[in-house]
Design a protein around this ligand. Structure first.
Ligand SMILES: NC(=O)c1ccc[n+]([C@@H]2O[C@H](COP(=O)([O-])OP(=O)(O)OC[C@H]3O[C@@H](n4cnc5c(N)ncnc54)[C@H](O)[C@@H]3O)[C@@H](O)[C@H]2O)c1
Length: 256
């Protein structure tokens, strides 16, 4: 308890999956959490769960792909909480499962608007707080498929590659302000994003797990908390000399 005591943390995509579980863990560890999501219903549910457990959180609706709205929300968070110490860029969609020669420009753009520009906009509008106080930690959600290729979900995987590089670029740029930027790279984690795909998989969830973990050393799907603990480490002062790291949290997928 208390690993984030006194910190103000903004989490995007906090209404579901890993964003929600990370928000709950952060609140348990003493952070005040600005829960942000496109979905009002799910975002408010996250706040309710945190408050029931005795934590501190407030919801803001935001579409991370719209800069004007993102800028407004960061201004309001500043009025409410005074600053931003930690930003977790978790919001993301997976988009269509098509190879390059079948993808339309609209499909590519709609995915990049959220998964790449969304990270850019939130980072851009959180940074002035961090620069002003000469400290901050940004944690980006990429994927194992932002580190290596495979033959599905092409636009998503290329977008996650951009997030991997944004992590290194921003780490290199903002270290002079004592701002750290790291990323987590999960393999398949059982969240609503994945449950939808697993449901329609031939043989259902059991077969999906078998196929999807075949190249992992630890052959189970991830749980949101497996990843949230990595995000907690990057957010906390325990990692104060750690920046520009792309950390796989993947049951050993990247090691094989
Ligand atoms: N689940 C996995 O296996 C897996 C693996 C690797 C990486 N990731 C990444 O981890 C992150 C979280 O994934 P998850 O599985 O927990 O997802 P999820 O679908 O459970 O939750 C994503 C949340 O993002 C929100 N969101 C979507 N578009 C938004 C927008 N434009 N503006 C604001 N919020 C928006 C959704 O409302 C939802 O609450 C994503 O970036 C995802 O790409 C997931």
């Amino acid at each position: 308890m208390g690993r984030l005591r006194g910190k103000i943390a903004v989490i995007t995509g906090a209404g579901s999956g890993m964003g929600r579980v990370t928000s709950e863990l952060f609140a348990q560890e003493g952070a005040t959490v600005a829960v942000t999501d496109l979905s009002v219903e799910r975002g408010k549910e996250t706040v309710a769960v945190i408050e029931e457990a005795g934590g501190r959180a407030q919801f803001w609706q935001v579409d991370v792909s719209q800069e004007a709205g993102v800028a407004q929300v960061y201004q309001e968070i500043g009025w409410e909480f005074g600053t931003v110490d930690v930003l977790v860029n978790c919001a993301g969609i997976i988009g269509v499962d098509k190879p390059t020669h079948e993808l339309s420009e609209a499909e590519w753009d709609s995915l990049f608007d959220i998964d790449v520009k969304g990270v850019f906009f939130s980072t851009k509008h959180a940074l002035p707080y961090m620069i002003a106080q000469n400290s901050g930690s940004i944690v980006n959600f990429s994927s194992i498929y932002g580190l290596t290729g495979n033959d599905e979900f092409t636009a998503y995987h290329v977008a996650k590659g951009a997030v991997t590089m944004m992590t290194k670029q921003d780490a290199a740029t903002y270290g002079k302000y004592n701002i750290r930027v790291n990323s987590v790279h999960p393999s398949t984690v059982l969240t609503p994003l994945v449950e939808g795909i697993a449901e329609t998989f031939p043989g259902g969830l059991r077969e999906y797990e078998k196929v999807n973990t075949a190249n992992q050393s630890i052959r189970r799907l991830g749980q949101p908390l497996d990843v949230a603990y990595g995000v907690l480490y990057f957010a906390s002062d325990e990692s104060s000399w750690v920046t520009g790291v792309n950390l796989p949290i993947d049951g050993g997928f990247m090691a094989r």
